[in-house]
Design a protein. Structure first.
Lengths: 363, 278
């Protein structure tokens, strides 16, 4: 068992608080992703787990062992760094064998394990080369190989794909996921890319300014974000936010803003009742705005198209609704031109409401 | 095309040629003077730029008439020992200041730098007292121990710059792989800093080789002199300059340094630019 438990972790650099009040239980064999904008404390948290950074307060357990004061080499974790951190003066083989040699694994076993790992990663023919003779993708594989050949209890990944080009990144994403499934080890993965987080993570931790915003499964974050930040961070293109007013009518509640009136579905009425005649922040994902047929439809909004951006499988529309700029993602077959009036239909069940002050989700 | 090559000639080769002339002329002068006989040297009717009849008398006089070979050996010994002491100390100091980041590491770095700023012309006074009290006056030991006082600050700063260019992740990764800090230092840091270490070493060696003031102050017996003071104290007698042997000594004395530089010039450049190429 190698679960990783973080209890009330806090880290300060001088007066700057990098991570605060961070508690999390990462289950054995789970693939956990830390995601957030740069400077949110995700890498610092990872480095604390690795033992590369002291913990100001709190406790970290790996397996059942409290590791606060355990040096990195005794934690039995392996880390893949963003810049790969390959030893430039050693061949690929020696890079991969480095950890095993230190552990005094017999020479024969080292050779066997390195070769097997190289085979899994498709770098068998590169073993004699030096890192400088490798492409970015190959270096990435060697860095991965160096981590997995040791078979540690926990893998730590610090933005391992961010130096690769877009195409290779998608490919490596898939490989990493496959690798995780075959290795069956606890993995913690740091990234600033929410798509990487969504596609790879069993669970995701969203962080901002050193604080955990939400932890959950990818779709949970997507459909039930805890606050405005998570709602805006997860999902691409980004969710539209506007200030809106909750009105009470005989038939229930409606949410109103300039140029748009939408009914509130009955299941959300209860949560929104305290906000009757008050302001809220309304969030609508671009994907939840599709082409509508008539203004009489439920959820129909009249919009003026500003810019049409076809991306192939979809068309992104920059539209104006009242005074607000919105982004809608409509079907690729939709016939639409800039500057025309256009009817959009909002997916009412996916509307998100946030408190205007605390920005927490209302539900 | 024509115009560009003319432009290159004027803007590049011409200044380069002038510069080379300026730098190399003293060596040429030394060479010419070395291989002339005194008769030819002092005959003002002859051009001073040519050697009309080659002669080895100056070299002969230098080698057999003075303890020049002894001085050469002394200089070599002192330079190697002080370069070695300085390198060993600076490696540890630079690594500690740059990477261990202990409380006061920045201050230590700056303090070491300040040592470098104290001019030897002032420093030799207290050093003289120390050398005297340690009873190492007039010995090569005194120089071997004193040269590091200006070599260590220099080497430490050079190596600090070099260590800075080595990604921290390399060390972190090694430590997670199970290496101790000492192991990381010897197996990762040192191999990667070879260019930096070499240039620091060359610098230390050259500075010791050329050192004049301390050698002049602390060494008095002829057999313990280094080349730089030996030549001027033994070949300039009052106002009589033995130009021939003097130039021969200067020429032979600069050969080892020139050799060291030419062998390691590539590392030296890499070390000074501090670039670690993956």
């Amino acid at each position: 068992m190698a679960q990783v438990i973080l209890k009330d972790i806090r880290k300060t650099f001088g007066k700057v608080v990098a991570v605060d009040d961070f508690s999390l239980e990462i289950k054995d064999r789970e693939f956990m992703v830390f995601v957030g904008p740069s400077g949110c404390g995700k890498t610092t948290t990872l480095r604390m787990i690795a033992g590369l950074e002291d913990i100001t307060a709190g406790e970290i357990y790996i397996g059942d062992r409290l590791v606060n004061l355990v040096p990195p080499k005794e934690r039995d974790v392996a880390m893949v760094f963003q810049n790969y951190a390959l030893y430039p003066h050693m061949s690929v083989f020696d890079n991969m064998a480095f950890g095993l040699k230190l552990k005094k694994v017999p020479k024969k076993d080292i050779e066997l394990r390195v070769k097997k790992t190289a085979q899994i990663l498709g770098i068998s023919e590169l073993l004699r080369r030096k890192p400088k003779a490798l492409s970015g993708g190959q270096r990435q594989r060697v860095a991965l190989g160096r981590a997995i050949v040791r078979i540690p209890r926990v893998y730590l990944f610090d933005e391992p794909l961010s130096n690769l080009d877009a195409k290779l990144r998608i490919h490596m994403r898939l490989e990493l996921k496959k690798l995780h499934e075959s290795m069956q080890r606890t993995s913690i993965y740091v990234t600033h890319d929410q798509i990487e987080a969504m596609t790879m993570g069993d669970r995701i931790v969203v962080m901002k300014d050193g604080l955990m915003q939400q932890v959950g499964e990818p779709l949970e974050l997507y459909f039930r974000p805890n606050n405005r930040f998570v709602a805006g961070f997860i999902g691409s293109p980004t969710m539209n936010f506007i200030r809106a007013h909750i009105d009470g009518t005989s038939g229930g509640l409606t949410v109103k803003s300039q140029g748009l009136t939408l009914p509130v579905l009955p299941e959300k009425t209860k949560a929104l009742a305290p906000y009757k005649n008050k302001e809220v922040i309304l969030g609508i994902r671009p994907d939840d705005l599709s082409a509508g047929k008539s203004l009489q439809e439920k959820g129909a909004i009249e919009a003026t198209v500003l810019v049409v951006q076809p991306v192939g499988n979809q068309i992104y529309l920059d539209v104006k609704i009242g005074d607000h700029n919105f982004l809608a993602s409509v079907d690729a077959q939709t016939n639409v031109k800039s500057h025309q009036k256009f009817i959009l239909r909002a997916q009412l069940k996916n509307l998100q409401f946030f408190d205007p002050v605390s920005e927490k989700a209302i539900r | 095309m024509e115009q560009r090559s003319t432009e290159k000639l004027i803007r590049f080769y011409l200044p380069l040629a002038l510069f080379l002339l300026f730098l190399l002329f003293p060596f040429y002068w030394m060479l010419v003077t070395t291989f002339k006989s005194d008769v030819e040297l002092y005959d003002l009717s002859l051009s001073p730029f040519y050697i009309y009849t080659w002669s080895l008398t100056n070299i002969e006089h230098l080698i057999f008439g003075t303890p020049f070979l002894r001085w050469l050996y002394n200089t070599l010994l002192v330079s190697i020992i002080s370069a070695f002491i300085s390198l060993a100390t600076s490696l540890l100091a630079a690594y500690g200041i740059q990477r261990i980041r202990f409380r006061g590491s920045n201050f230590t770095g700056i303090a070491i730098f300040f040592c470098y700023l104290v001019p030897p012309t002032i420093l030799f006074i207290p050093l003289a007292t120390m050398v005297f009290k340690l009873k190492i006056w007039d010995s090569l030991m005194s120089l071997s121990l004193i040269y590091p006082t200006f070599l260590i600050p220099f080497c430490t700063w050079l190596l600090m710059g070099y260590f800075k260019s080595i990604p921290k992740e390399l060390e972190e990764c090694a430590m997670m792989d199970g290496a101790s800090r000492l192991w990381v230092f010897f197996k990762v840091i040192i191999p990667l800093s070879l260019p930096g270490i070499l240039s620091a070493g060359i610098f230390a060696f050259t500075l010791s080789w050329n050192e004049y003031l301390y050698a002049l102050t602390f060494i008095s017996s002829s057999a313990k002199k280094t080349v730089s003071i030996g030549l001027v104290t033994e070949l300039v007698r009052g106002d009589v300059y033995h130009w021939g042997p003097l130039m021969a000594g200067a020429l032979l004395g600069s050969v080892p340094v020139a050799l060291v530089y030419s062998f390691f010039v590539e590392y030296y450049v890499a070390g000074m630019t501090g670039a670690l190429k993956e």
